[in-house]
Structures are given as structure tokens and as C-alpha cells.
Write a protein that binds this ligand. Structure first.
Ligand SMILES: Nc1ncnc2c1ncn2[C@@H]1O[C@H](COP(=O)(O)OP(=O)(O)OP(=O)(O)O)[C@@H](O)[C@H]1O
Ligand SMILES: [Mg+2]
Length: 317
């Protein structure tokens, strides 16, 4: 449904995106994951015909975004980073206005506005001016305007940014429900978010694609070596030497003391793939009369994942 080939965009001397290639199948929900300035918005703006690329190719439903932008726009609903909303319009009035712009047949406009408001949970805000709405509800108006012409393709730029946790859950399940029939690309810089909603994830950093896989495979690949944090009291040198000798442990770092428990020191333990060394650690602690205050698996943060992917890329070259 969406084909992107060697897409590059430069802003003067600055590089927006560099040689980006990917495709999205019909009905698929693809996540675009990357830190600030990675190139997510740039890619989405090109796909939605808001600006041309410097080089490369992109098609949506077989239509070229540069040469056939009218046909592309007809098929796309776009939730931009900041939605240009008219604050002095009532919600349904604004949506009817957008429906007109997007060439929804006149007779169908009212019905379509009602449907979309219901779909995104805005029906009870029908009497409100957009300027009166909270950020979360404005975001819903943004989604509603993207859906108004019942597009085959949805491009959603950070759809849950600025929402409270309850609204995040609601919007996520709403987006998930929109998949299947529609092809969706959504961007985020939160890994759990894309894992929950998307079937496939592209990690983009510094304008380049660094990884592309299912969330499960990505997590598996990146969690091959797991880490534990431990707080143990006892002679640090003995603990370090003792832990390092255990099977499946790669490295142990001593991070120093902790004022909350008497003498408890913090350690970060890196384990080899497939090893769960907690029982061995507990055993060796008992043997040596060390007290274990904490033994917690560390979850990888997005930053860790990026660092890992980037360093992996560099060592390959
Ligand atoms: N209009 C512009 N003029 C100059 N440089 C730009 C412009 N828009 C984006 N850039 C640059 O292109 C790069 C990618 O920006 P982009 O907005 O696509 O990132 P992003 O992944 O959407 O980031 P964020 O998470 O902050 O929204 C950045 O280095 C940015 O500074
Ligand atoms: Mg952006």
C-alpha cells in the first residue's frame, strides 16, 4: 500500500532523512519509533504531500506522492504534529468544514461527521467550541478530521503526545481498532506504545533506518543480554569476585553505596543470553553471609536500545 524507496530530504545543509526505504502492506499498522529530530515528521510530511523529498521515490496506493498528489491526498488521513484547528468553531461545524474541503459528498457530510464523532468519543463535546476543549479532546478532533473522508491510509504523527494515561489507553485502542481495514503509520518515541499498537516497527535515528522488525523480535534481539541490578551488603571486593565467577555472568559493575540500608552496595550485573542467575546469586550470598536487599531485572529503555543498535551498526562497518 505504501512504498518508500531511497527517500532523502535535506533542509539546506541539514539532513532531515537519509536514504529511507520501507514498505507497508495493506491493513498493516506500522510504528515509526525514534528520538527527537530522528526524521519521523519529515517522512510523514513527504508521504502526505506536504513537502517534496530531495530525492527518492514514494507511492501510496500506487500513486506517486510527487506526481499524483491529488490521488494520494484523497486516500490519506493525516494527523499532523500540531493540528491547525479553528478555535472559534464548534466541533461539528469544524468537522463539516473539513469534510467539505476533503470532498465528502454534501449529502453524506452530516452522517459522516456524526459517525466520526462517535468513533473518537467526541459526541458529548458537540456543543463546545474547539478553543474550549482540553488537549486530549483537541487531539481527538485531530483524529476525527483525519478520519472524516474514510481514508484507506492513516498517517498519525505522535497521536498520544500530551494525553493523560487514561486518554492514552483510549486513543491506543481506538487506533488499534482502526487497523485491518486501513493501513496506518504512527510515530512515537515510546517503545511500549508502538509495541502495543503496531505489528511492525521501524526504528529511525539521525535520519536513517536502524532496525525494522516485529516488536517481539526487536525486543528479543535487543534483550539477548539481560541485566540485573542488585543491592548487597558485604565486602565489595569479595562480592565482585564472587559474582564474576558465577556461570552465565558477563560483567559486574560496582556502583557504590546506598544510604538507605546499612552497608548495602549497588551492582549492575550483565548476564549471558538464556541465563537467569538470581538463584545462584542468592546462594552465594547466603554462603558468604552477604545480605541481599534487591535483585531486579533491568528493562531496557529506549535510549539503551538506540545505543545498542547504533553501536552494533558501527561495529559492523
Ligand atoms: N523546516 C526545517 N528546516 C530545517 N531543518 C528541519 C526542518 N524540519 C526538520 N528539520 C530537521 O530535520 C531533522 C528531522 O526532523 P523531524 O522533525 O523529521 O524529526 P522527528 O523525528 O519528527 O522529531 P520529533 O520527535 O522531535 O518530532 C532534524 O534534524 C530537524 O532539525
Ligand atoms: Mg516530529
Amino acid at each position: 500500500m505504501i512504498e518508500v524507496k531511497n527517500l532523502t530530504k535535506t533542509y539546506g545543509n541539514a539532513r532531515g532523512i537519509n536514504d529511507v526505504t520501507f514498505s507497508v502492506n495493506k491493513g498493516e499498522i506500522l510504528g515509526f519509533l525514534g528520538p527527537n529530530g530522528a526524521g519521523k515528521t519529515t517522512t510523514m510530511r513527504i508521504l502526505t504531500c506536504f513537502m517534496p523529498a530531495t530525492s527518492g521515490q514514494a507511492t501510496v496506493a500506487g500513486y506517486d506522492v510527487f506526481e499524483d498528489s491529488l490521488n494520494v491526498r484523497k486516500r490519506i488521513g493525516y494527523l499532523p504534529e500540531t493540528v491547525p484547528l479553528y478555535t472559534d468553531m464548534l466541533v461539528p461545524v469544524y468537522l463539516r468544514f473539513v469534510a467539505g474541503l476533503k470532498a465528502v459528498p454534501r449529502k453524506e457530510i452530516k452522517k459522516r461527521v456524526d459517525e466520526v464523532m462517535e468513533q473518537v468519543g467526541l459526541t458529548h463535546m458537540a456543543h463546545k467550541f474547539i478553543g474550549e476543549l482540553s488537549k486530549g479532546y483537541r487531539q481527538r478532533v485531530g483524529l476525527a478530521q483525519a478520519l472524516i473522508n474514510d481514508p484507506e491510509v492513516l498517517i498519525l504523527d505522535e497521536p498520544t503526545i500530551g494525553l493523560d494515561p487514561k486518554q492514552i489507553i483510549e486513543i491506543r485502542s481506538l487506533i488499534k481498532g482502526l487497523g485491518g481495514k486501513r493501513t496506518i503509520i504512527l510515530s512515537s518515541h515510546i517503545l511500549p506504545e508502538v509495541s502495543m499498537v503496531c505489528e511492525r516497527v521501524i526504528i529511525i535515528d539521525d535520519g536513517r533506518i536502524k532496525a525494522m522488525d516485529t516488536p517481539e523480535n526487536l525486543m528479543k534481539q535487543l534483550n539477548m543480554e539481560s541485566r540485573l541490578t542488585a543491592r548487597i551488603s558485604g565486602p565489595a571486593a569479595d562480592i565482585l569476585a564472587g559474582l564474576k565467577k558465577l556461570d552465565g555472568i558477563k560483567t559486574v559493575d560496582h556502583l557504590g553505596g546506598d544510604s538507605s540500608e546499612r552497608g548495602a552496595q549497588k551492582y549492575v550485573i550483565e548476564c549471558r543470553e538464556g541465563f537467569t542467575p538470581s538463584p545462584q546469586i542468592a546462594r552465594i550470598a547466603v554462603q558468604n553471609k552477604w545480605d541481599v536487599y534487591e535483585l531486579t531485572p533491568m528493562r531496557m529503555s529506549l535510549e539503551d536500545i538506540f545505543i545498542k543498535i547504533v553501536t552494533h551498526e558501527e561495529t559492523k562497518q
